[in-house]
Design a protein around this ligand. Sequence first.
Ligand code: 8YV
Length: 315
Amino acid sequence: MKPRLLQHVAIPPLLATEFNTRYDAHPLWKEADPAAFLARHGHEFTGYVTSARFGVDDATLAAMPNLKVISSFGVGTETLPLEAAQARGIAVGYTPDVLNDCVADTAFGLVMDVARRFSASDRFVRARRWLQGAYPLATRVSGKQLGILGLGRIGQVVARRASGFDMEVRYHNRRPNPAVPYTYESSIESLARWADFLVVVSAGGPETRHLVTASVLRALGPQGFLINVSRGSVIDEDALIQALEEGTIAGAGLDVYADEPRIPERLLALDQVVLLPHLASATNETRQAMAELVVDNLDAFYATGKLRASVPLPA
Ligand code: 8YV
């Protein structure tokens, strides 16, 4: 008997054929009334396929009394019910590492874009404003100081990218990491004060909510740029908009927002921000690798009872 899985997100076509030979997977998004479907059939499923974006809500989890494994597409875990899963002995898999390069590339692309104003100057060219005069000077990136908030797997790749631009790197984490060669700043404010670019790569969730406050932005200062490729919740977005409007900081490069995909009008109105639609991991190669790990996690779990990449459970 093939394991019966409930799918909240689709598996890419390249993997789907093979996946469907091994699993009896039911697409929840095709149900007109998912709650009614869950109430009738929830007990049939031992596996659940979801993503960092959709996670698993409490009602869905409660409707699946025989659930043994959750396999999530993405590295973020703030939408996953880790404590409830631990209490019920449900294994939770995710897709770390395979997206480090693309997310770090995006962070670095935002560093380049906000400082050198590529997107803004593209708008200038398209509006034919070059005919009236040259574009204003921008800010140099090479050799500057880059602060990383959250020097985890992705943060360390951002640091390596920065070394190729002869930048000095410092970081702030809850605790210093003795294995890295970068200087530790003991507070986010001191990191922001030191940095020309403050790059936010920390995890989302309640522990990191609004770590970047109005006073962190004041410390970053009128020549400083903020980059965020982690979660919108890490930044106090109202404070950020105010800081941008008042020139408290020089600019921001954002891939993530407080209420995606809704972006505040006041943010859209600013020319010194680069706004991306949460695309940091969105390349064909990386999304394929993430999907393969979603399936590998399920294969490993059903063969051995152990995941290939298991979310660290709460202590
Ligand atoms: C994806 C992400 O956009 O991995 C994450 O946590 O935020 C991104 O890679 C997300 O997984 C899609 O749901």
